[in-house]
Design a protein around this ligand. Structure first.
Ligand code: MN
Length: 150
């Protein structure tokens, strides 16, 4: 059971994320502001956090700062979900310690990609049985490489 915390002050966005995540088989926890998000992370230790930037009490930048400075919470994968789309915002967000970035309005396939990327990564680092020397799959090329087809 993979639990994802959605920290988002907008009820409509929260509901949308819940539906998208539950449809993909995830268990959803919800927080309405940054302070509540931190409390829920401490208590429940979810597998991933989707974090809105613009929130009351404590914004997303405040939350990520608190997470990354706490050794127990620091490994948590955190994806920013935000309407901030100015040039440089993506860089600022990633430089603040977020693992990923999704812009609003949310693209469901981008959400899926980010979840697959981050949740697979943490699974792999837990049981590393594959080296990084390149896959021994060269013969796949010979077998299936006769053009792009119809
Ligand atoms: Mn917001």
């Amino acid at each position: 059971m993979i639990r994802i915390l959605v920290a988002e002050d907008n009820a409509v966005n929260r509901e949308l994320l819940r539906e998208l995540l539950e449809a993909r088989g995830y268990t959803v926890l919800e927080a309405c502001d940054g302070q509540q998000a931190l409390q829920m992370i401490e208590q429940a230790l979810p597998e991933l956090l989707l974090l809105d930037i613009g929130m009351p009490v404590l914004d997303g930048f405040g939350v990520i700062l608190k997470i990354r400075e706490n050794p127990r919470l620091a490994p948590l994968p955190v994806v920013a979900v935000t309407a901030y789309a100015m040039r440089g915002d993506r860089e600022k967000i990633l430089a603040s310690g977020f693992d990923g970035y999704l812009s609003k309005p949310l693209n469901p396939s981008s959400l899926t990609e980010e979840l697959d990327r981050l949740l697979t990564k943490s699974t792999q680092s837990a049981n590393q049985d594959e080296g990084h020397g390149g896959p021994p799959g060269r013969k796949d090329r010979a077998a299936g490489a006769s053009g792009s087809g119809a």
